[in-house]
Write a protein that binds this ligand. Structure first.
Ligand code: PEP
Ligand code: MN
Length: 263
């Protein structure tokens, strides 16, 4: 179960040097989409140097429009595996369909379930059966109750390595792409033993809001951050407007260290 009433010790999810739910705030960073081997390996080296322990990047992309880039699929997974080989960063990447779980699990260290699939119960069960560390993103219109029950679909299959990711919800507000409710962090930590990750990139949709919300997420007690970073966000194939550069990422990390020390 996900409830903290039924399990008193907190869950810690581990994949290589990525430890989520431990004493330190973990940072997963990388582009929205894996674009090329040079891109992902180059970024991975910089991100590792700047303190990330996880590398994100989509190979299977759930795009709003069917005409948008859908990801490099298995070729993208291979590029991620090369980046891991070069840097030791743990690979976090999305799996979109139950039948793809074995393939993605072969290359990834952490399986990501995207917001659009939070209630794809067959996918949750397949990921549960894989036993792989899993990051479950909150559906954009899901309540906390629904979010925790979705996590239980994975736990119920005997996979305890689950982390929850608040990535913003849909509201009437339009100044940001989604609305990022940070009260979710302490609330989920009270209700559940599962660690909580915050995604300020999707949560705001705006690059300039990412660093302030990273600081706020840490102040609120987040166990980890997941941040979109690209060498040239303007030309990123997806989510460029919410993506920061490696330089900004380095500045963000420095500020976040100070916040983490203060809380
Ligand atoms: C992503 O991480 O690039 C992504 C598609 O996220 P979400 O499922 O939260 O929209
Ligand atoms: Mn994205």
């Amino acid at each position: 179960r996900a409830s903290s009433e039924l399990k008193s010790e907190r869950t810690v999810v581990r994949a290589l040097d990525l430890v989520i739910g431990g004493t330190r705030v973990a940072v997963i960073a990388g582009p929205c989409s894996v674009e090329s081997e040079e891109q992902i390996v180059g970024l991975a080296r910089q991100l590792k140097e700047l303190g990330a322990t996880g590398l994100r990047g989509g190979a299977f992309k759930p795009r709003t429009s069917p005409y948008s880039f859908q990801g490099h699929k298995e070729d993208g997974l291979k590029m991620l595996a090369t980046a891991r080989q070069e840097t030791g960063l743990a690979i976090v990447t999305e799996v979109m369909a139950p039948e793809h779980v074995p393939l993605v699990a072969k290359y990834a260290d952490v399986l990501q379930i995207g917001a659009r699939n939070m209630q794809n119960y067959q996918l949750l069960q397949a990921v549960g059966d894989s036993g792989k560390p899993t990051m479950l993103k909150r559906g954009m219109s899901a309540t906390i109750e629904e979010f925790l029950l979705a996590a239980e679909y994975i736990l119920d299959r005997g996979n305890p390595h689950v982390m929850l990711c608040e990535r913003g919800i849909r509201t009437y507000e339009e100044h940001t792409r989604f609305t990022l409710p940070l009260a979710t962090v302490p609330y989920l930590q009270e209700k559940s033993h599962l660690p909580v990750v915050v995604d300020p990139s999707h949560g705001t949709g705006k690059a300039r809001l990412v660093t302030p919300m990273c600081k706020a997420a840490i102040a609120a007690g987040a166990d980890a951050l997941i941040v979109e970073v690209h060498d040239d966000p303007e030309h990123a194939v997806s989510d460029g407007s919410q993506t920061i550069t490696p330089t900004s990422f380095g500045q963000m990390m420095a500020m976040c260290r100070r916040v983490a020390e203060a809380v």
